[in-house]
Design a protein around this ligand. Structure first.
Ligand SMILES: [Zn+2]
Length: 437
């Protein structure tokens, strides 16, 4: 329910506001001010007499600094929580620690500019799909403040949420890249997906055999023993990881990547024919350029008019019919995935490969044919158990979305946390009990 913005506060006593807004017994509200669009709540804690954390001597109050935190909005207005803290000084003249500030993780974690409850709320908002910028606007603070808090609490949640590694029959390894804004360096990461349960389990900072194999090897024996299928792109590295760490798992090449490969061959032929026939790269009115997207779409998505346009523009721009051949190869590969049984699927793929590697075929299709041949068993394995298609593709889409909403990660760990919050289906209830000191 959304409260009206003009709501007046009828809380009669500061402690009511306290119990509603802070909820901690030893915290007192000193004032509660609304000036213009900003609400400010000033609190302090009952004085305690701590000993010096360094030497254990007594300590006395030295200063009362006011520290401001971004809190949850009240009735749609950003709120600042101002905390009148206690800066303590050690009485021992020999002690090297001359002062320390008393904190309370229930109110705000050290080095976090958001209150604990605002930080947890922001983490859940961002984790379930809102952008950092949207959340920052709602809280009335800047992007970095929210991003830092989400990273801190997200990391704690991911570490505490041990049940993410549930037993599964199928996992998937996928290479993803993320670009750091500073220096535009491209880094590669490996996502490990629980394909059967549609979630990303882990993101590893590398695509190397050693690191990926080590991760799989380090997982509980019981978990590894359950895995019967390993999905992968056509990467020799990941195939080797499975062969060594999960030798009993059937390796299945993800259909998404097979179709993408055929699409790339088709697009390369289209571009080559275009420049060979016209002597330049694709321009707006060139027949092949006009159908570049339609070619990559599934044929069944075209209506009668669309099909007619496709064949007439092909007739204009593709005099030798190479683009049309590549288009039919791509469509045939898509049909392979709809084959009724493993036997006919395997026959279809054999025929298609023989067709692609014929001497008369363009080099791009020969190369495609050889790749399909090399991965033949692992491509056909899809038909044993149709385990990969939807899930991995939706996970790929998730990763793309994560890149869009959080481009320019300063480091790998931030990227990892965002991916796992968004696509790892963490148990959000664990967040409530997370303590960040
Ligand atoms: Zn001391």
């Amino acid at each position: 329910m959304r409260l009206k913005k003009r709501s007046t506060f009828v809380l009669s006593h500061p402690t009511d506001i306290l119990s509603a807004l802070v909820g901690l017994k030893d915290v007192r509200v000193l004032s509660y001010v609304r000036s213009g669009p900003v609400v400010e709540l000033v609190i302090e804690q009952d004085p305690i007499k701590p000993n010096c954390p360094s030497c254990g001597s007594r300590a006395h109050v030295k200063e009362r600094p006011l520290v401001r935190y971004v809190d949850l909005p009240v009735y749609g207005r950003p709120m600042t929580l101002t905390w009148k803290k206690h800066r303590m000084a050690c009485v021992s003249p020999e002690c090297e620690k001359n002062s320390f500030v008393l904190g309370d993780h229930r109110i705000a974690a050290k080095n976090c500019l958001l209150t604990t409850r605002a930080a947890k709320w922001a983490t859940e908002q961002v984790g379930t799909g809102r952008t950092v910028l949207e959340v920052a606007r709602e809280l009335g603070c800047d992007w970095h403040t929210v991003n830092d808090a989400v990273t801190t609490y997200g990391e704690a949640l991911i570490a505490a949420d041990r049940k993410r590694l549930t037993k599964t029959r199928a996992i998937g390894l996928d290479e993803t890249s993320f670009v750091r804004r500073a220096g535009f360096v491209t880094d590669y990461a490996t996502t490990v997906a629980d394909v059967a349960n549609h979630r990303i389990i882990e993101v590893l900072p590398s695509r190397s055999y050693v690191e990926v194999a080590r991760w799989v090897h380090d997982q509980p024996v019981g978990w590894r023993a359950e895995i019967r299928y390993g999905a992968l792109d056509m990467s020799a590295t990941y195939a080797a990881v499975y062969s060594v760490t999960l030798p009993k798992a059937v390796q299945v090449v993800d259909p998404f990547h097979v179709i993408a490969l055929a699409n790339r061959a088709l697009d390369a032929i289209r571009r080559r024919v275009q420049s060979e026939t016209l002597g330049h790269r694709g321009r707006k009115n060139d027949p092949l350029y006009r159908i570049r997207r339609v070619l990559l779409m599934g044929q069944e998505k075209l209506d009668a008019k669309g099909s007619e346009r496709l064949s007439s523009l092909l007739a204009l721009g593709d005099p030798d019919g190479y683009v049309a051949i590549a288009y039919r190869v791509k469509e045939r590969l898509r049909e392979f995935y709809r084959a009724p049984d493993p036997q006919s699927a395997s026959e279809m793929l054999t025929e298609l490969i023989e067709h692609c590697v014929k001497r008369s075929m363009p080099p791009e299709l020969k190369r495609l044919g050889r790749t399909l041949e090399r991965w033949f068993d692992k491509i056909c394995a899809y038909h044993q158990e149709r385990i990969t298609n939807g899930p991995t593709e939706s996970i790929n889409n998730l990763i793309k979305r994560i890149k869009r909403i959080g481009f320019g990660f300063r480091n790998f760990e931030n990227y990892r946390i965002r991916v796992l919050l968004y696509a790892g289906k963490p148990n959000w209830r664990v967040l409530g009990s997370i303590v960040v000191t």
